[in-house]
Design a protein around this ligand. Structure first.
Ligand SMILES: [Cu+2]
Length: 123
């Protein structure tokens, strides 16, 4: 009986290690984190290291005044379940922008974060 209990604990330990690995963290984004870009990017995309649960994922872009400039709700890409994206207006005015994301991975765990990018003035 004691042996069985030890096995159950070891097995659940291995299982939660697996769950930890399945948390979704960003591996890349477009624009890149901290990027200074010449033209409005059209949309913001974030690639994660695990597939996303499409419900309740958030991706918002705000301007320097805190106004939301992204359009509509964030979408998980139909062909790549680890890619989250949101549309931007065709011509984003120059200035700094703040991206906020919050996603649920398939194991039900939530991760969140934010980053900035800047659209350079036209010249
Ligand atoms: Cu997890």
């Amino acid at each position: 009986m004691k042996r069985l209990a030890a096995f159950v604990i070891a097995a659940s330990g291995a299982f939660s290690a697996g769950l930890t690995l399945a948390h979704a963290f960003p591996v890349n984004s477009m624009p890149h984190v901290g990027a200074s870009i010449k033209a409005s990017p059209g949309r913001v995309k974030i690639w994660f290291d695990a597939d996303l649960e499409p419900l309740f994922d958030k991706l918002l872009v705000k301007d320097a005044q805190g106004q939301v400039v992204s359009q509509g709700t964030a979408q998980v890409d139909a062909r790549d379940p680890a890619l989250l994206e949101v549309r931007l207006p065709p011509a984003l005015p120059p200035g700094p922008y703040h991206v906020y994301w919050q996603v649920n991975s398939r194991d039900g765990h939530r991760t969140q974060g934010d980053f900035t990018f800047t659209v350079q003035p036209a010249r």
